[in-house]
Write a protein that binds this ligand. Structure first.
Ligand code: LLP
Length: 441
């Protein structure tokens, strides 16, 4: 089954997402508009869940990394699919709680969790906190002691694998704001420290080796290193981890420079990790640990399309042609930040041949405000609907009100019907928190 099957071109020659005509969506809801395909999201959640069930007897949990796209509806979908979630701030945790998500299935990350965030998390009986500093261990222990509870924790470690899209490197990297390095003994020291705290229950370890990774071997190597560390700790200080969290990072298709993975490919990545954990557990002589994974991008990225309306068009002879849209870096800062590449098409003329290369420019007062550079397109006209594909992850979640533009609304499409999951902002929203001191009145 092709996991991207709900994206098609219909008989009007329009782009269709989850059975809904993109041009009709743009007319009804306006642009810019984030469109999310629920079926795609659910298919991705299910493939990971089913793989843990089939290959590991269900001894684990898929945590949706909600930093990729956080809003109440996403926590509802994750809950209805039986997933847990990873949150990295009080705001994400609050959103999950507002959606009625079970707190026990929430894991909290962050290299500098605020006291207010920890208090809020512990008060709401968060399932697990992933410890990332000594001070944090002290604070959680005190908060738990005050409330007469024992808080489940994991420790974030750096197993010595750093992966990038098509390659990975093994490194004894100690220079990271995240986690404790295995190679310099820091991971072992914090383990002993956390074990000495009477109100912390250490379950095991977490690692996250990178994002947008296609190299299966990177995940396998990280799993080997995590398990080697588990074995070392068992032998040196007698603690046996019962939980291993392998983080997120599975890659997605943005352009034809990336592989177009099928659902079965994601199952295969995960199976390779599971096989490694099983093999290593037997070698070390421990029960197979509870397995957590934290996919974010691979669950929502390809489920999302952003629709824009084409505005000004400017051709600089011999240089380039700019096609400007009604959005920009305020709804998708990824080109400005990372020079990320995207595939674009005209949603209202989706069957027409691409006859020129253009750059898609945003409307911000900034020359670096681009969405895509030198991408093929038919000759665009003002009023066309431009669709940018694979914008479900790290677009809305990194959006801003720069230049006092609106963060666009988001709709969720399911079998042809669409509903708002994030309402449009208004001018009133933009000034809601502004205050004019008396002396300026
Ligand atoms: N777990 C942890 C602890 C993470 O730090 C991350 C991502 C994930 C899970 C999810 O990883 P994923 O499956 O989405 O690759 N803003 C960047 C991506 C930053 C990812 C940060 N951590 C972007 O737009 O590409």
């Amino acid at each position: 089954m092709n996991k991207r099957s709900t994206l098609k071109i219909n008989d009007k020659g329009h782009l269709e997402i989850g059975g809904a005509d993109a041009v009709s969506l743009a007319e009804k809801y306006g642009t810019p508009l984030y469109v999310f395909d629920e079926e795609h999201i659910r298919n991705m959640m299910r493939v990971y869940k089913k793989t843990i069930l089939k290959e590991y007897g269900g001894n684990g949990l898929v945590l949706y990394a909600s930093k990729a796209f956080s809003c109440k509806a996403m926590y509802k979908i994750a809950d209805s699919e039986g997933l847990g979630v990873d949150v990295v701030s009080g705001g994400e945790f609050y959103t999950a709680m507002e959606a009625g998500f079970p707190a026990q299935k929430v894991y909290m990350h962050g290299n500098n969790k605020l006291l207010s965030e920890l208090i809020y998390a512990v008060n709401h009986k968060i399932g697990t906190i992933v410890v990332d500093s000594y001070g944090e261990a002290d604070v959680i222990d005190e908060l738990a002691a005050d409330r007469g509870i024992t808080q489940n924790v994991l420790i974030r470690i750096n197993p010595g694998v750093v992966a990038h899209t098509h390659e990975f490197i093994q490194t004894a990297r100690t220079d990271s704001k995240f986690g404790f390095s295995v190679s310099d003994g820091a991971a072992k020291d914090i383990t002993a420290y956390v074990l000495s705290k009477s109100h912390l229950r250490l379950r095991g370890y977490h690692c996250h080796i990178g994002s947008q990774i296609f190299e299966k071997q990177s995940f396998v190597l990280a799993a080997e290193k995590m398990m080697n560390f588990v074995g070392d700790i068992k032998n040196s200080i007698g603690f046996t981890a019962d939980t291993i969290n392998m983080g997120g990072g599975f890659g997605v298709w943005y352009t034809d420079e990336d592989p177009k993975l099928q659902l079965s490919d994601y199952a295969e990545y995960l199976k390779a990790v599971i096989d490694t954990i099983k093999k290593k557990s037997a070698e070390i002589g421990i029960s197979e640990p509870y397995l957590l994974i934290e996919p974010g991008r691979s669950i929502v990225a390809e489920a999302g399309v952003t629709l824009y309306t084409v505005g000004a068009i400017k051709e600089i002879p011999g240089v380039r042609k700019y096609v400007s849209i009604d959005g920009g870096m305020f709804d998708n800062p990824r080109y400005a930040l990372y020079q990320s590449k995207y595939s674009v098409l005209l949603a209202n003329r989706a069957t027409e041949l691409c006859t020129e290369q253009v750059s898609i420019a945003g409307k911000c007062c900034e020359s670096g405000d681009l969405i895509a550079v030198n991408v093929p397109l038919p000759v665009a006209k003002t009023g066309d609907i431009l669709a940018v594909l694979t914008t479900g992850a790290y677009n809305y979640s990194m959006a801003s009100n720069y230049n006092r533009n609106f963060v666009p609304a988001a709709v969720l499409v399911y079998k042809g019907a669409a509903d708002y999951i994030v309402k449009p902002q208004t001018y009133e929203d933009l000034v809601r928190n502004d205050v004019v001191p008396d002396r300026l009145k």
